[in-house]
Ligand binder design. Structure first.
Ligand SMILES: Cc1ncc(COP(=O)(O)O)c(C=O)c1O
Length: 478
């Protein structure tokens, strides 16, 4: 069957009532053995730049399929990360692999900016069709989420003839210089930032930077602070080209802004003629329970949207989709952008998402997972906050629920212990104290339960002192 035709139903997951919780299958928990992984890790450490990776345990992958990763020692892991959300339709998805293999045989090496192909047209047509906004749009293709975000940085000031940009503390837009300029994450704070980007606090309600509480705050951090201070003192609105927003701040701790936040930001943008751009590189393509996270705020139509990671299921593709008049000026073309292999992977990915109703599945299973984690919170004081939207869930660990002192070391230990017990997860956050759960959207309810049980067992084991400080000292996150 061709990748760009409608596929038959691939699975019959049940969107109905969630079954009652089952105990994990103890037999599936790993014996801790990673000799080969550790030896290859040492070789990697010698030759791969540390700036080019972030490790949480010494795993070396042999193969991966759906929600399972097998390491070079033969250990099989349940995956709660999806390659940082890249594998939204599961690792090595059969339909995607078939489509890519077909295209590899057909057109490898063609540079589609000059020798175009039809698949790129088809993929771009699908993207402009499914992204929010009924206005005419065009797609700029790149190779990563990073360059998709940087496309905003390059193209929008040119199109609007305004040079200033507004973004947020905690934002993460990848590693292109433009994206780093707009980021507000401590991991990028050591790099040079141009003075025409102004950053303001985000709606991190668990740790409100203004010491306020939702809803009595009236979401002060959105428009009030920006209009009363930022526009007045440092960033004239008439010089501002666009506002760059993550609808959920993922790498800074899976921070989910309160209802009404995006609406308020957009209103300010409209009032002052500023473009509103959303970065959905991590949360787009069904993860939050809608195809795009911004669709949870139906009145908010972004002028542009940056996509990457999961849109081609592991084939490097970034896409910046914007009102058509915003992306035509200038020359920002890279040799292999928009190639047919990426487009084939993207079309197959879209087919799988639609056929398997993955956004709906993410919503149902995500709500269930948050329920399980909140039950866990009742029993473990280490858990300070649980927050999620669909299948992006953050579990923030604290030493003390009152002071909210981040439990950074304990978080690293829980993630490390989970790896020992057969579950792959990572930690994120500006304080490196949030366990991030973003499994492939193809995950089953059984595996959600199994993973949640391993997290609870890992917390118990860390509370009992089973993980040594030295075990996690090489793994400090970002
Ligand atoms: C929100 C967001 N935008 C952009 C990027 C950059 O994507 P990539 O690393 O695939 O280039 C990331 C990466 O983590 C991200 O989380």
């Amino acid at each position: 069957m061709k990748y760009d035709q409608k596929l038959p139903k691939l699975s019959n997951w049940n969107t109905g009532v969630i079954q009652e919780k089952k105990m994990p299958d103890k037999k599936k928990m790993l014996p801790y053995s990673s000799r080969k992984s550790e030896s290859i890790t040492k070789r990697l450490n010698r030759v791969i730049a540390s700036s080019d990776r972030v490790l949480y345990y010494p795993i070396v992958v042999d193969k991966a399929h759906d929600c399972t990763i097998i390491d070079v020692d033969g250990n099989s892991y349940l995956d709660f990360n999806a390659g940082w959300t890249v594998a939204g339709v599961g690792y090595s998805n059969d339909e995607v692999v078939r489509a890519v293999k077909d295209e590899l045989d057909r057109s490898t090496g063609t540079a589609s900016g000059t020798f175009p192909n039809e698949k790129t047209a088809l993929f771009a047509e699908r993207l402009v069709d499914i992204t929010p906004g009924s206005f005419a749009k065009k797609v700029w293709f790149g190779h990563s989420g990073s360059d998709a975000c940087a496309a905003a940085f390059k193209l929008l000031p040119l199109a609007t003839k305004k040079h200033r940009i507004l973004s947020f503390y905690g934002n993460m837009h990848g590693v292109d210089a433009g994206g780093m300029a707009m980021a507000g994450h401590p991991a990028t704070s050591k790099f040079l930032i141009p003075s025409f980007v102004t950053k303001v606090p985000y709606a991190y309600c668990y740790r409100c930077p203004y010491g306020l509480e939702y809803p009595s705050c009236g979401i002060y951090c959105a428009s009030d602070f920006i209009e009363e201070n930022v526009f007045k003192y440092v960033n004239p609105p008439e010089d501002t080209s666009f506002m760059m927003v993550e609808p959920i701040q993922s790498d800074s701790g899976d921070v989910i802004p309160p209802p009404g936040y995006l609406e308020k930001l957009k209103k300010t943008c409209d009032k002052f003629g500023i473009l509103f751009v959303v970065d959905e590189v991590k949360v787009g393509f069904g993860r939050t329970g809608k195809m795009f996270c911004v669709e949870h705020s139906p009145s908010v139509m972004p002028d542009a949207i940056a996509l990457g990671k999961s849109i081609a299921s592991g084939i490097p593709v970034g896409a910046f989709i914007a009102r058509k008049e915003l992306v035509d000026e200038g020359f920002v073309y890279s040799t292999l952008s928009g190639n047919a292999i990426g487009a084939a992977a993207g079309l197959a990915t879209l087919n799988v998402i639609e056929e398997e109703r993955l956004p709906e599945k993410a919503r149902v299973l995500g709500e269930y997972l948050v329920r399980l984690l909140n039950e866990m919170k009742e029993k473990h004081r280490l858990i300070g906050d649980v927050r999620g939207k669909g299948l992006i869930v953050g579990v923030e660990l604290v030493k003390d629920r009152k002071t909210k002192e981040p439990a950074k070391l304990e978080t690293a230990k829980v993630v490390y212990r989970a790896w020992q017990l057969g579950l792959l997860t990572v930690f994120v956050g500006v304080h490196s104290n949030v366990i991030e759960i973003t499994p492939p959207l193809t995950i089953t309810q059984d595996d959600i339960e199994r993973g949640a049980s391993i997290i609870e067992q890992s917390i118990r084991d860390v509370e009992a002192g089973l993980v040594k400080d030295s075990d996690v000292s090489p793994y400090s996150g970002f």
